[in-house]
Design a protein around this ligand. Structure first.
Ligand SMILES: C[S@@+](CC[C@H](N)C(=O)[O-])C[C@H]1O[C@@H](n2cnc3c(N)ncnc32)[C@H](O)[C@@H]1O
Length: 399
């Protein structure tokens, strides 16, 4: 059955996310099938992302008013979180409470009174910082220890602007924080038909760090659908993009064609060595994705404390392949869209200990940095995703 209103859709999506679904996919899929006006689409998006970005804090605010929240029907728990989110966002009681009470009546009439009472009684409570930021304690404490603060994580709870990389000039686009990156202020559209590709500037910058030049061969390792490959190809490089996932690569091939760019896609497990080399190599490794909590808010509740270390083991294996594929005198850029110590500096330290033939190069990062020295950690401010970059030069080969 089609949801009749943004509120009903928000409840349904929150339930599906609770069962393991991915917010962005679910919401895009649902909105693509509903011919709703932009206002309703924006409202549903505000509700779903608002709740998921502040889930832990909302539950903390609701807690004093509920005896056994875990015993409530899941729909009613979602309705309470949605009503609490609108309260926190400043919506007046008269416009806020009764619509949620009406939603509650549809799923559990006997609990409509409870929803009404709880949503009217909400008040602010002093919360520990990790709760206020809706982060799991293990990650919040790890960030406090590593960066000396965790206030930057507030950036994950702001609405996400949509940035695009422009491969053609398009009138009226507002410039983003780095060249070729722009803010897209319209609704969803066929971006590649316009010569545009949705991409966070922090992701684009990883590709810029290779300083591509026309005619030069570049290996794009873990290239996925090829967002970074597009930029490198647009600068005239001959890009060979490797990934394990042929479905992503097929999607990339299709987009590259629409953008008028040439990228060669090859499918391979990169834990195994490559049979070719290049002067420029990019490894945009798979990671825990903690830098992308703004657009993937559910991720933070799904990660386990051992995940960064587990990912770092894989990243080191992939980096071995990338190192061997880098020609002497060449540049190897390692990037991950995550902010953990293990997957950033941890990987860098372990790799450099085994590879004296690689030396780190300074990075002139145009974004606010959380930490720099051995690579740079980008702060998730102003709509940027959190990223870690390391740029290495291969000075002399052991073999
Ligand atoms: C961060 S994503 C890459 C995003 C891509 N570079 C872009 O800019 O669009 C990481 C990629 O690593 C790939 N991957 C994971 N394990 C791999 C492996 N063992 N060998 C090759 N690719 C792998 C995944 O399929 C995924 O596409």
């Amino acid at each position: 059955m089609r949801p009749g209103s943004p509120r009903a859709l928000a409840v349904r999506i929150l339930l599906e996310v609770e069962r393991g679904g991915r917010t962005q996919l679910l919401l895009d899929w649902a909105l693509d099938r509903l011919s709703w006006p932009e206002r309703d689409r924006a409202y549903a998006t505000h509700l779903v992302y608002g709740v998921l970005r502040r889930l832990r804090y909302l539950d903390f605010l609701l807690e004093p008013h509920l005896r056994k929240p875990e015993r409530l029907p899941p729909q009613v728990r979602c309705i309470l979180r949605l009503g609490a989110w609108e309260w926190l966002a400043g919506k007046a009681d008269h416009a806020r409470v009764s619509p949620w009470v009406e939603e509650a009546k549809k799923v559990s009439p006997r609990l409509a009174g409870l929803v009404n009472a709880v949503l009217r009684r909400l008040s602010l409570r002093e919360a520990p910082e990790c709760v206020r930021l809706s982060l799991p304690d293990w990650l919040c404490q790890a960030w406090q220890g590593f960066f000396g603060q965790v206030a930057f994580a507030e950036g994950f709870n702001e609405p996400a602007p949509l940035f695009v990389t422009a491969y053609r000039s398009v009138e009226g686009l507002k410039p983003g924080p780095i060249p070729d990156s722009y803010l897209w202020e319209g609704g969803k559209t066929d971006f590649s038909a316009l010569g545009l590709q949705p991409q966070n500037p922090a992701s684009l910058f990883a590709a810029r760090l290779l300083s591509p030049v026309p005619g030069e061969k570049v290996l794009d390792l873990c290239g996925g659908a090829g967002l970074k490959a597009f930029y490198l190809a647009a600068k005239g490089a001959e890009v060979v993009s490797y990934d394990l996932n042929p479905r992503r690569q097929e999607a990339g091939e299709k987009t590259a064609r629409k953008l008028g760019l040439r990228v060669i896609y090859l499918t391979q497990d990169l834990r195994e060595p490559l049979s070719e080399k290049a002067k420029k190599v990019l490894l945009d490794a798979p990671c825990t994705g903690t830098g992308t909590f703004r657009s993937h808010p559910e991720l933070r509740y799904r990660l386990a404390p051992e995940d960064p270390r587990r990912m770092a083991e894989l990243q080191l294996k992939l980096l071995e392949t990338a190192a061997r594929a880098t020609e002497e005198g060449g540049v190897l850029v390692y990037s991950v869209c995550t902010l953990t110590e293990e997957e950033g500096e941890g990987v860098a330290r372990a790799f450099l200990a085994r590879h004296p033939e690689f030396v780190p190069e300074p990075i002139a990062c145009p974004f606010p940095a959380l930490r720099s020295g051995l690579g740079v950690y980008v702060a998730p401010e102003g709509g940027l995703d959190g990223f870690y970059y390391l740029r290495l030069r291969k000075v002399n080969s052991r073999s």
